[in-house]
Design a protein around this ligand. Structure first.
Ligand code: ADP
Length: 229
């Protein structure tokens, strides 16, 4: 996807300003930055959910269309409260493909929890349903807004390796928002740091997968410095 001179204003607030960015197909990009930097706005523009100034893939942002083949994992999971874990997955798939759901729920560690309603699930379990649903939905672009933010370290680590594994099978284009440098260092091929709606840093992360928390790649230190500046 190619973003050319993308800007977004909410009234007086400039959320994004003149973003030029090419997202390579089949790669994982982390979008980092402090709160209010414009990360979610960028994700929503990629999904075709918001009008904007500039162009994405040569299309003006004046009247955006929802992007087809785009799976979006929202910050707060957005599970349908009256549907079970399995029902939430069925909701995004045609009936002919429901056979895939059991296997996916098992892979994300929810065997035996298929019939639980969202209010019966822990935060981590809800996140697993949301991840299962996002990967089940047929997509070539996966957008995730702070998918691991509310989880403790061990859970975060296990869900990041799960996402890594699921991504490796499909190799779809992934863009995920985070404010945690370690998440970017573990999961992304590239980190884009936003500051005040502009790109402050655009850095490839070259370490091979799977990556380890305890031996942070050199890029992590670079990113950490860039964020602290
Ligand atoms: P981030 O995801 O990095 O926290 P956002 O993209 O949510 O940043 O927001 C960028 C800026 O735009 C912030 O100043 C925020 O307050 C503002 N903003 C976001 N959404 C709206 C909205 N719907 N109405 C008005 N201002 C908004």
């Amino acid at each position: 996807m190619i973003l050319s001179n993308v800007s977004k204003r909410y009234g007086e607030t400039v959320a994004l300003s003149g973003i030029d960015l090419t997202l390579e197909e089949g790669k994982i990009t982390a979008v980092l930055g402090e709160s209010g930097a414009g990360k979610t706005t960028l994700l929503r523009i990629l999904a075709g959910m918001l009008p904007f100034e500039g162009e994405v893939d040569g299309q003006s942002g004046a009247r955006p269309k929802r992007r087809e083949g785009c799976s979006y994992l929202f910050q707060d999971c957005m599970l349908l409260p009256n549907l079970t874990a399995e029902g939430n997955c069925k909701f995004v798939l045609p009936k002919g493909e429901w056979g895939k759901i059991g296997g996916m729920l098992e892979r994300v560690g929810l065997r035996g929890r298929e019939n639980a309603l969202p209010h019966e699930l822990s935060g981590g379990e809800k996140q697993r349903v949301a991840i299962a649903r996002a990967f089940l939905f047929p997509h070539d672009l996966l957008l995730m807004d702070e998918p691991f933010s509310s989880l403790d370290l061990a859970l975060k680590k296990s869900l990041i390796s799960l996402v890594c594994e699921l991504w490796a099978e499909k190799q779809s284009t992934v863009v995920f928002v985070t404010h945690d440098v370690r998440e970017a260092a573990l999961l992304a091929h590239r980190a884009v740091v936003l500051k005040g709606g502009e790109i402050a840093l655009d850095l490839p992360i070259c370490a091979p997968f799977p990556r380890e928390f305890l031996s942070p790649p050199e890029e992590e230190t670079l990113l950490m410095r860039a964020l602290l500046q």
